[in-house]
Design a protein. Structure first.
Length: 186
């Protein structure tokens, strides 16, 4: 068995890549923070050909700050515990509509898009109105992951919710507990 530092680095890279890929495949959401942005945004995605692919803008999820040639920080949660599982730096590339990579990515994404108003013609709409981006892992010095079990950042990393006019916080009506208990008794 080869115990050289190069062999150990190769094994660590392989394990990093396996964790990254498995986490991205199983999670329904990931958080992406584009370079220059203050907050991460939750995005639904698919895993295709060694990278995360997302579709957005033009009536789909907003892709604020994600530009071709840029970089982004990606964080994936654990599907069963919902906690932070892993993170990595990604290179952002925009796939050209109709290209081989775009067609493959769209096929994967179509299966993940829930409640689409135009399931039969969704690829045509995406080609006209949306951008399909590829977020390819780009680790520094051979390391793929910036976060992983056993080496997570300190602190809670909790962020305040993004401002929205639809969120309100009012006290619970006084009669609600009584109403709920009465329904349970029936």
């Amino acid at each position: 068995m080869d115990r050289t530092p190069a062999a150990a680095a190769t094994a660590a890279d392989f394990l990093d890549r396996a964790l990254l890929e498995e986490a991205a495949k199983k999670s329904g959401l990931l958080w992406v923070r584009a370079d220059g942005q203050q907050q991460s945004r939750a995005l639904w995605h698919a895993w295709y050909d060694g990278a995360v692919v997302v579709v957005g803008d033009g009536g789909e999820q907003p892709l604020h700050g994600l530009t071709a040639g840029g970089a982004a920080e990606v964080t994936v949660r654990s599907k069963d515990k919902w906690g932070r599982l892993t993170g990595w730096t990604a290179r952002v590339a925009e796939l050209a509509p109709g290209s081989e990579g775009w067609l493959g990515a769209v096929e994967e994404l179509k299966g993940k898009r829930l409640n689409a108003p135009d399931t039969d013609t969704i690829a045509d709409r995406w080609a006209r109105e949306c951008r399909v981006l590829r977020l390819e892992p780009a680790g520094a010095e051979g390391r793929q992951l910036t976060e992983q079990p056993g080496s997570m950042p300190e602190g809670s990393l909790a962020a305040a919710p993004m401002p929205s006019p639809v969120t309100t916080r009012l006290p619970m009506p006084a009669g609600l507990p009584k109403l709920l208990l009465r329904r349970r008794g029936r």
